[in-house]
Design a protein around this ligand. Structure first.
Ligand code: MF3
Ligand code: CO
Length: 248
């Protein structure tokens, strides 16, 4: 069941979402070649806690870190460790959640480390653009799967693969609420979204196949062809006349 938020609840969500935004910007200003993914996780953990929030990925379904740090062919849920060192030319998705005021915020950016190959840079750029395509015209009354249709048609026009195994989601008191928000779909189908619905829209786009393989750690998911994937996510509110993005 989709829980539509009151204005009061949306106001309470502003703070965790602002912290997500600021943490992502902070990581973007610090991340560089030579760092381990564990060091990225420490930056995230310290920043979120310094804001009086809790990094709610930590302990979620047993997840062992404060951020998901996914390098190159890792699509999502990369568990930070002290062996994975960021190198010039890598792309790194940093996905994190902050919990404060009784609510979660959730966001992700894919960062380029040093000089990244032009075709990989384009993947990162198009993945971000997929998000903005998805919210074009999005407002109260829009059928849910129009979101995925927009992401998919844009991504596939570049020959990219749209990840099927993971989706966006509702968010609020729980990190994952209804509805599930796929990045693919048929236009004009799905529930008509109501004003006050809070969603995480998160295109996960691969340079090649959309098929993924789960690592033995039970979390990390890599593309089956080993080609890179990018991820971009914001938390937003559906309004009568558009959307209000809480993590930008
Ligand atoms: N931010 C992620 C999402 O969009 C959450 C990762 S799962 C966790 O669903 F276990 F790491 F929290
Ligand atoms: Co999310």
């Amino acid at each position: 069941m989709i829980h539509v938020k009151s204005e009061r609840e949306i106001d309470l969500m502003r703070e965790p979402c602002r912290i997500v935004r600021d943490t992502l910007a902070f990581v973007g200003s610090r991340i560089k070649a030579g760092m381990t993914t564990k060091e990225v996780d420490e930056l995230v953990d310290r920043y979120i806690r310094s804001e009086g929030a809790y990094p709610s990925c930590l302990g979620y379904a047993g997840y062992p870190a404060s951020a998901c740090v996914s390098v190159n062919e890792m699509v999502v849920h990369g568990i930070p460790d002290d062996e994975t060192v960021l190198r010039d030319g890598d792309i790194v998705s940093v996905d994190l959640c902050a919990y404060k005021n009784g609510y979660h915020g959730d966001g992700c950016r894919t960062f380029c480390i040093g000089e990244v190959a032009p075709e990989v840079k384009q993947l990162v750029k198009v993945t971000e653009e997929c998000f903005f395509k998805a919210i074009e015209g999005l407002r109260a009354g829009t059928p849910l799967y129009d979101i995925g249709y927009r992401v998919q048609s844009y991504a596939e026009s570049f020959g990219y693969g749209v990840i099927r195994a993971y989706t966006g989601h509702g968010i609020g008191k729980e990190m994952h609420e209804d509805p599930s928000v796929p990045n693919f779909g048929r236009p004009g189908t799905g529930v008509r979204l109501k004003a006050g619905t809070v969603l995480c829209i998160e295109p996960m786009i691969a340079m090649g196949t959309y098929r993924v393989r789960l690592l033995d750690d039970g979390w990390g998911a890599v593309t089956q062809d080993g080609k890179p994937a990018a991820h971009y996510e914001n938390t937003l509110v559906i309004r009568e006349d558009g959307v209000e993005i809480l993590t930008l």
